[in-house]
Design a binder for this molecule. Structure first.
Ligand code: DQA
Length: 150
């Protein structure tokens, strides 16, 4: 079972960026955390971060036929991107949406998630731990469904 973990704009600045909201650990630490979680879950994982909407759209398109599941933190594009939503709907790969912060208790513009229309689950406010939960959730879902979705 192989998952693609996508992170959107400014997540490469973790540690520097609003540490009171996103924590003090950097993006490299997040990558290490996700790889460790994947190894515990017994799944393969690739990670990709982009500050560009089109970069994320292309990564989703290229995931078709390659990955069984997607974990995505679209960052600011969560609240704006119909293009990312449409890409996820096109490839129909089971997707879990993750946010480090509890977006539901932040500014009103963060209450809207386009990506959630294509996600089987949204996990927010659990920091790095949310990615682990997403990996295990997808693994359990796909195991129940009997393996490959695409
Ligand atoms: C975020 C929440 C978004 O509103 C914000 O734009 C981000 C990060 C989170 O992980 O909490 O960049 O997705």
């Amino acid at each position: 079972m192989k998952f693609l973990v996508l992170n959107g704009p400014n997540l490469n600045l973790l540690g520097l960026r609003e540490p009171e909201i996103y924590g003090k650990q950097d993006y490299r630490a997040l990558e290490d955390f996700v790889r460790q979680a994947a190894s515990e879950a017994g799944v393969l994982v690739d990670l990709f971060q982009s500050n560009y909407e089109g970069g994320l759209v292309e990564a989703i398109q290229q995931a078709y036929g390659v990955y069984d599941g997607i974990v995505i933190n679209p960052a600011a594009y969560t609240h704006t991107s119909v293009a990312i939503l449409d890409a996820l709907k096109a490839v129909r790969i089971p997707t879990v949406e993750v946010h480090l912060s509890d977006v539901s208790s932040r500014e009103p513009f963060r209450q809207i998630s386009y990506v959630s229309y294509a996600a089987v689950k949204t996990i927010a406010g659990k920091g790095f731990e949310g990615y682990r939960e997403a990996v295990f959730f997808l693994k359990d879902l796909l195991t129940k469904e009997g393996g490959r979705h695409v």
